[in-house]
Design a protein around this ligand. Structure first.
Ligand code: UDX
Length: 432
């Protein structure tokens, strides 16, 4: 099929390249010329495993191209809109400027019978409003939320665990077109939920709200564990054996960040309040508050272990990305903790395998360096993003590098016994 993808960020660039790998012919469009230049040369503008290979193969096949001109969407039968919906600067709501601009600029170039497919995460009610704008063109609108995780974005797009099609009343032709786009996944019997716009929009925010709640639940247990001498990791293992609960997403630590969970729960709360149902999701404010408290707890633990002040003490921060296998530092707990320690006068040297350029752009005041530069002579080592290379560090070798063998494990990712056996003072969040 001929497909256009409007917006080539984390979502759109992966979607465009993945659609080519499924056999389609794709043009990716973005207003940012530097992004388009990079993608056209086969370079991913951000770190995402498997994406560089897909881009190279797609461009070589002649079925993947990129453009800054929205008119190049003309001639495609299906148009995906995958632009960002960041948090408004003035509150928790979602900023729909980019979604609205994408639709307004795209509409003059669509033909009757085309299908416009929203992938962006939007407040419930947005698709119905946009459908009224699309209608006069003779094209149709579907809402098809995306559940991809950064770090696994290609896999999640090519082999999704479910597909959700939000369509207008009686628009079965839209279902047929989407089934053709996702023919490979449909043939593999991937569950497909065919529903209305509102449900499709809500599925996405409900899924993210649930995941955020699960993480904050275990982090709340970590707070209780800290005052009772219990161990949150063992607690998570024990409740996780109950199949109804499950062990995944029960890792206590400095909490969730990234471009999705934090802003999506805030936008959901804002939208529910607009709908007069604020009380239904009032707990999400608590989920957000617990999450932010854990960052503070990590900072406090470093201060506490360094005897009440971090002033001029060298602190090695391992990890800046919001999670491993990503260079994304949007709302990153790791970057936040590093900045707070720096603000308290610590001599922070932070490192990350992929996220240094993005961190430098946001916080040029931080000292960023290699792993060795961070560890050499450190008074405290603080693990904040559980990259494999940090999990696999040899505690004995690192002990020889630092000034003082003190490690704060902000992700409960290290083998506490092994580090203690090598002479370290080990502190985890919510652990004995
Ligand atoms: C999330 C959703 O998982 C995905 O379905 C949606 O499409 C976009 O938002 P992503 O932001 O890539 O994906 O990251 P995810 O893997 O969900 O992790 C989110 C955050 O939660 C990270 O900061 C991670 O470190 C943290 N986390 C995750 C925990 O603190 N504990 C856990 O047990 C799991």
């Amino acid at each position: 099929m001929k497909i256009s993808v409007i917006g080539c960020g984390y979502l759109g660039a992966v979607h465009a390249a993945s659609m080519v790998s499924l056999g389609h012919d794709v043009v990716g469009i973005d207003v940012d010329p530097s992004k388009i230049e990079s993608l056209s040369a086969g370079r991913a503008p951000f770190f995402e495993p498997e994406l560089p290979e897909l881009l190279a193969a797609g461009i070589a096949s002649g079925r993947l191209r990129f453009s800054t001109d929205i008119a190049d969407a003309a001639g495609s039968q299906v148009h995906f809109v995958a632009v960002g919906t960041p948090q408004l600067k003035t509150g928790g709501g979602a900023d729909l400027t980019y979604v609205d601009a994408a639709f307004t600029s795209l509409l003059p170039h669509v033909a009757s019978g085309d299908l416009l497919v929203g992938k962006s995460t939007v407040p419930v009610g947005t698709a119905a409003r946009l459908a009224a704008l699309v209608e006069p063109t003779g094209a149709k609108l579907a809402w098809n939320p995306e559940f991809l995780r950064e770090g696994y974005a290609v896999k999640d797009t090519v082999t999704p665990d479910r597909l959700v099609y939000g369509i207008g009343p009686g628009e079965t032709a839209s279902v047929d077109l989407l089934n053709e786009v996702y023919a490979t996944a449909v043939a593999a019997e991937t569950p497909v939920v065919i529903t209305d716009y509102a449900t499709a929009e809500l599925v996405k925010v409900a899924a993210n709200a649930f995941l955020a709640t699960k993480i904050s639940f275990i982090n709340a247990m970590a707070e209780i564990a800290e005052v009772t001498g219990a161990d949150v990791t063992q607690l998570a293992d024990a409740i996780g054996y109950d199949a109804r609960i499950g062990r995944r997403f029960l890792n206590a630590g400095v909490g969730f960040g990234g471009g999705c969970l934090p802003k999506d729960i805030r936008a959901f709360t804002a939208r529910a309040e607009e709908l007069g149902r604020g009380e239904s999701v009032a707990f999400l404010k608590e989920v957000d508050a617990i999450n932010l408290r854990r960052r503070q707890r990590a900072v406090d633990m470093v201060v506490e272990e360094l005897g009440g002040s971090v002033f001029r003490r060298k602190v090695a921060v391992l990890g800046l990305a919001f999670k491993p296998n990503s260079d994304d530092v949007r709302d990153s707990p790791a970057l936040d903790v590093a900045v707070q320690l720096h603000g308290l006068g610590a001599n922070v040297v932070a490192t990350d395998p992929e996220a240094i350029p993005n961190s430098r752009r946001l916080h040029p005041q931080l000292t960023l360096g290699t792993l060795d530069e961070a560890l050499d002579g450190a008074d405290a080592v603080v693990l904040l993003t559980e990259w494999n290379q940090y999990r696999e560090l040899d505690p004995a070798a690192v002990a020889a590098q630092v000034a003082q063998p003190l490690v704060i494990d902000g992700r409960n990712a290290l083998d506490a016994e092994a580090w203690r056996a090598a002479g370290w003072t080990y502190r985890g969040l919510g652990r004995r």
